[in-house]
Design a protein around this ligand. Sequence first.
Ligand SMILES: *Cc1c(COP(=O)(O)O)cnc(C)c1O
Length: 398
Amino acid sequence: MAGDGFLAHELERLDEAGLRRHLRVVEEAQDARLLVGGKSVISLCSNNYLGLANHPALAEAAARAARDLGVGAGASRLVSGSMRIHAELEEQLASFKGVEAALLFNSGYHANLGVIAAAVGAEDAVFSDELNHASLIDGCRLSRARVCIYRHADVSSLEELLRGTKARRRLIVTDSIFSMEGDAAPLREICDLAERYGCMVMVDEAHATGVVGPNGGGLAEELGVQQRVTIQMGTLGKALGCFGAYVAGSRRLVDFLINTARTLIFTTALPPPVVAAASVALDIVGKEPERREAVRRNALRLRTGLRDCGYEIGRAETHIVPVIIGDPNATMRLSDFLFDHGVLAQGIRPPTVPPGTSRIRATVMATHSDRDIDAAISAFREAALQEEDDRLLSGASS
Ligand SMILES: *Cc1c(COP(=O)(O)O)cnc(C)c1O
């Protein structure tokens, strides 16, 4: 087509750099095991941490809501799409997060873009961890605020920037459990700094909601700082097994966002079936702490096994286990090897992670059995042995 000659060229460049991406099609419901290309594999790369995405009670609630309330909300929240079911889920979320109010967004991506761009503008400054999720980065860019990037989880680097940066309003933003590292932000210390320097704090609990904290309320709950974080954000699409996201905080914050967050104002409200399912997911998070416990147990089992095989997996102690390889091509070779050996573990390459830190991002689910985890470890062990053999062979021939 006219003008699209660059497409083939750009794709070739990605190929050459080992950075071209392809979609893999999953042929059945999301679970600890998946059918991919006709092959049954253990999934080590889902964010469906609690195994709720295919839970019958969620499916039933969604089906009932579709029958009773329809499939679509028909309009944006501010026009006529704000239904009773949205308001009820927001109340449930507020009490789950231990704050006054919550507001639904259509995804975590929408929430982060909308909230940051509403909270700060051209006269303001935002302080962002260097490993923050892309949606936070894009929110910072969209806001037109001055962006100050501090070293990963480094409060002295953050304080230095806070000391040197004057602005009308200042906002610190951070992942809670970092999506690609699996480590936790020093949230208590960040709240201390925010209070000392008069800044807002926004925390993205995408990977902690439902999993971390005594009631699954996230890292803010775990550390007891719910009342000190200005903006708590999280997604319904990961551990809660549904779709959509929320922002939680003061009533005033929610009222402000209803009036200013463009990704809320200019988009159709979440479909009733998704909202109904998310409400049931929250109930299960409250009633079945054993799911969180299973995630922790499985994560420990996987980390111990991978360390024993000699893999470099960082220092984090969560359900996200980064197996750092470095080179993107070597990472994809390992991912392919694992797939051939019955394990779906996606390679993660730049720009998702910094150059030179390509990795397998392994995640566990509550619904993995010990046998699943052990089979996954065996596949990694074989890959390590094979790598060793190849090194010996290439050494012998040179
Ligand atoms: C996945 C993710 C998001 C986006 O959430 P979605 O609901 O999937 O759009 C935002 N922040 C972080 C840290 C994430 O990992």
